[in-house]
Design a protein. Sequence first.
Length: 211
Amino acid sequence: MPPAAPRLIDRDDLVAALDRAAAGKVTVISAPAGSGKTSLLRAWADRPGQPRRLALVQVPRGQQDAQQFWLALLGAVRHAIGADGSADSGEALPAATPDFDASAMVDRVLSELADAHGGVTLVIDDLHELLSPEAPTQLTRLLTSLPPQTHAILTMRHDVRLRLRLTGELAEIRAADLRFSELEARELLDASGITLADQDCVGVHPVRAGG
Ligand SMILES: Nc1ncnc2c1ncn2[C@@H]1O[C@H](COP(=O)(O)OP(=O)(O)OP(=O)(O)O)[C@@H](O)[C@H]1O
Ligand SMILES: [Mg+2]
């Protein structure tokens, strides 16, 4: 069994900010390692009453293989659509093939998203780990062609070569937004049993606060 995820300090304002951002087409959460990107996603995705169907993909470290990425995304979309039992196609994922056609795969994902009544939100964590050179072009095409009611949230440690600003529907959450407030930092430290002098506790990132 995987170890239980550590309890997160509530960051309701940030969760609400992500919710507002996610009303647009594409949200990029871009900040260095340990800034709290995944934790924010987790808090947002798991919050009670989350009404969206989420297709979640975590890009493995150093992913060179675009095909593996797209198969994982297609699988996540199908899982999201089938999760409420209403529309699972039951179709097996295509087998990996040496003739992989990324462009055809983008069309396929778009078509399955278009058929998903009520829409799906794609959530891709650690996009900077996708190292396949052609992936940004295909991903840009996916993100700029998303059907109605479909949204995407991407996290990355540094900007990835996506040409998204053209869509006019890009929202961004950056390191400054993720920084813990003094109150949040105190709560985090209290939870760890650490007491600091007043001046030591301003504007920290979570990983620094913990370590
Ligand atoms: N709200 C929170 N409450 C408690 N701890 C938190 C919170 N947010 C982040 N942390 C802690 O800070 C550390 C870094 O957070 P997280 O893994 O979310 O960062 P990240 O930006 O996703 O980093 P990476 O780029 O390495 O994936 C984790 O150990 C996490 O438990
Ligand atoms: Mg992370």
